[in-house]
Ligand binder design. Structure first.
Ligand SMILES: Cc1cc2nc3c(=O)[nH]c(=O)nc-3n(C[C@H](O)[C@H](O)[C@H](O)COP(=O)(O)OP(=O)(O)OC[C@H]3O[C@@H](n4cnc5c(N)ncnc54)[C@H](O)[C@@H]3O)c2cc1C
Length: 223
């Protein structure tokens, strides 16, 4: 995971109210300058008709005074954003749009289950910062072996478990961790990660466990 700080007066006016919101990051094609694509009513396209590199990330920290925005990007083996983050140096150009809606934390909820993979760590970190100190927060994170463990914000009610994938399929630890947890009518669940893994989570929670849909937010973050 690498933290990239974006700065520039163009960030003025960005307002991020809730944790686990999103922004879209536009990147230049490798070896080219950044060009802003045009909206054709359906999608953004470059002048030559090709699709620009646009990816979604969690606005981990935004300081409107500077203005300055931090994104934490997972480095993995096969993506344009990951490759860009690995080689980006000071002055590299990118554009940001957003924000997309975040998660409104209900101050009355005192029992949370937060579950996800590497890509959900920025959002889960923000949730840990936003949830009231009297709540209990059970956190399960499934990560690839080489990812290691990163520091997450402290919280007096935090119970954090790391699950390292060996040869298992993505999501196997996530579903097993959820299966091992007690889920009461007052438990609120937030879960995000690989899309296929999140489908297994939905099956487990809504079909096998009969959890009410209003109790759980399950978001596919990548394919
Ligand atoms: C609301 C929202 C918030 C998100 N917040 C974050 C965030 O804060 N930090 C973050 O890193 N990601 C976040 N993501 C996920 C991120 O958008 C995807 O991982 C994205 O695909 C990365 O772009 P890329 O160009 O690196 O890979 P892509 O070019 O999109 O994908 C290429 C291939 O790389 C692999 N891949 C993609 N993402 C991952 C991954 N995370 N781990 C392992 N393999 C992967 C897949 O095999 C995929 O086929 C978020 C997604 C959403 C929807």
């Amino acid at each position: 995971m690498v933290r990239i700080t974006f700065a520039g007066d163009e960030l003025s006016g960005l307002e991020i109210e809730d944790p686990a919101a999103s922004v879209r990051l536009l990147l230049p094609n490798p070896g080219e300058d950044l060009t802003i694509p045009t909206w054709n009513g359906n999608e953004f396209l470059r002048d030559d008709g090709s699709r620009p590199i646009i990816r979604t990330f969690t606005p981990r920290r935004f300081d409107p005074e500077v203005p300055e925005l931090d994104l934490d990007l997972v480095l993995h083996s096969a993506g344009a954003a990951s490759a860009w983050a690995l080689q980006a140096t000071e002055g590299a150009q990118a554009a940001i749009s957003g924000p997309g809606r975040g998660y409104e934390v209900d101050p009355g909820v005192t029992d949370y289950l937060l579950v996800g993979d590497e890509s959900a760590i920025p959002a889960i970190s923000q949730l840990l910062e936003a949830i009231a100190p009297n709540a209990t927060i059970r956190v399960h994170l499934e990560v690839e072996g080489e990812f290691g463990q990163v520091d997450l914000p402290g919280h007096p009610g935090r119970h954090l478990s790391w699950h390292t994938l060996d040869d298992e399929q993505r999501g196997s630890h996530v579903v097993r961790a959820l299966a091992s947890e007690e889920i009461g009518p007052d438990t609120t669940i937030w879960c995000a990660g690989q899309a296929a893994a999140m489908q297994k989570v939905r099956n487990h929670l809504f079909k096998e466990r009969g959890v009410a849909r209003s109790q759980a937010t399950v978001r596919g973050y990548w394919k």
